[in-house]
Design a protein around this ligand. Structure first.
Ligand code: HEC
Ligand SMILES: [Cu+2]
Length: 359
């Protein structure tokens, strides 16, 4: 009886050990898979620096590869040196010899090596930075202004001569030519970064920083605030669309005409929504033809956007109403006050009207 009990516990212990190792192996497998997945996600997508779509970005990614290669060589060298110390035999040296060896290491490893590597890296780095400077050109590039707010983007197009053109969380630019971006921050420091085009550059309140970027071809790029700016920093995304020059000019002209304002004020059925907007929302939001405030994103073309809340949710039917009801849960702490005091029907009518603004 005792023997069989002992036997049983031993068997149990063995199987549990086996299970444990099995679990550990499984866990290791999962961890490695996750890690590989994580590494690979960095290589593709609309925000990957490894997939450049303009000259500045190609220069940046070149530096990235050079530094990776250089870093790998240094890592291997240091590791080899470190391992070799285990095998080294003690050599008897006089104090004078000892000092000479020490000095050789300080001069070689502490001065010559870093100076040589810094010069090598600067040779790559300086011309790259130079190309992103807004140096004078005979044919001055189009200027687009980008202003960072907690936690959304305001974009202005001074190239529009006939009237104000503003977009929010969406940037339209011509492809195939350099564009000068003039950036600043409205409240705290943000940073403008379109990884596939190059950059990035800080948006400092009270200062205008400039960067020159170019998109080779019409395409859509992701952009992201790259300087920690508060709770919703990660949810501060910008949709960048590069289009052909003609298309850009046509778009800019359309935005200057009265089309936008008639769009906002035309339809009779939306009258109650417009009234609610003027009461509750017009102090913060611009809608062309109705209000001019800039405290919150411009809503004149809201229905034509791809996302809401600077990338927090996709734009689809009912999305605006959903945002209006739950925005503090969707994007906690965002600077738009909750509108619990407005009844659901009014919010829904506001949502339907704003969604109809699709120039
Ligand atoms: C105190 C200012 C303020 C008021 C009042 C206000 N909003 Fe906002 N609203 C904001 C700010 C700031 C944001 C940006 C939030 C974010 O994404 O971080 C915003 C975002 C939005 C968005 C998403 C816009 C986008 O670009 O994705 C919509 C839609 C919107 N507000 C509609 C309304 C409506 C409708 C009302 C009235 C019922 C209203 N807002 C009242 C400040 C305000
Ligand atoms: Cu930020």
């Amino acid at each position: 009886m005792r023997l069989s009990l002992q036997c049983l516990t031993r068997i149990q212990r063995l199987t549990s050990i086996q299970r444990l190792t099995q679990q550990r192996v499984n866990r290791l497998g999962i961890l490695l898979a996750l890690l590989a997945g994580l590494l690979l996600t960095g290589c593709a997508g609309d925000k990957s620096i490894l997939d450049p779509a303009g000259q500045a970005a190609r220069d940046v990614v070149m530096i990235w590869w050079v530094m990776l290669g250089f870093g790998t060589v240094v890592l291997v060298m240091v590791t080899v040196f470190w391992l070799s110390t285990f095998k080294r035999k003690e050599v008897a040296r006089t104090p004078v010899e000892e000092r000479r060896v020490a000095r050789r290491w300080i001069v070689g490893g502490g001065i010559i090596l870093p100076v040589a590597s810094i010069i090598a890296l600067l040779t790559f780095g300086v011309p790259t930075g130079q190309r992103m400077l807004t140096l004078p050109l005979s044919d001055p590039p189009e200027v687009i202004e980008v202003i960072g707010h907690q936690w959304w983007w305001e974009v202005r197009y001074p190239g529009a001569e006939g009237g104000e053109v503003v977009t929010a969380n969406q940037l339209i630019m011509p492809a195939g030519e350099p564009i000068d971006f003039h950036v600043t921050g409205a409240d705290v420091i943000h940073a403008f970064w379109v990884p596939r085009l190059g950059g990035k550059i800080d948006m400092v309140p009270g200062r205008i920083n400039k960067i020159r970027l170019e998109a080779d071809e019409p395409a859509v790029f992701g952009a992201q605030c790259a300087e920690f700016c508060g709770a919703q920093h990660a949810q501060m995304q910008l949709y960048v669309e590069a289009v052909e020059r003609d298309e850009y000019d046509a778009w800019l002209t359309d935005r200057q005409t009265d089309e936008l304002s008639s769009l906002a004020t035309n339809e009779q059925q939306h009258e109650p929504a417009r009234e609610a907007f003027m009461t509750h929302c017009a102090s913060c939001h611009r809608v062309a033809g109705l209000s001019t405030a800039g405290e919150g994103p411009d809503l004149s073309d809201l229905g034509s956007r791809t996302s809401l809340g600077a990338g927090i949710m996709a734009m689809e039917e009912g999305a605006v109403t959903h945002w209006l009801q739950h925005h503090q849960r969707l994007k906690p702490g965002n600077k738009m006050p909750p509108h619990d005091d407005i009844d659901t029907a009014t919010l829904a009518s506001l949502g339907a009207w704003l969604e109809s603004l699709t120039p």
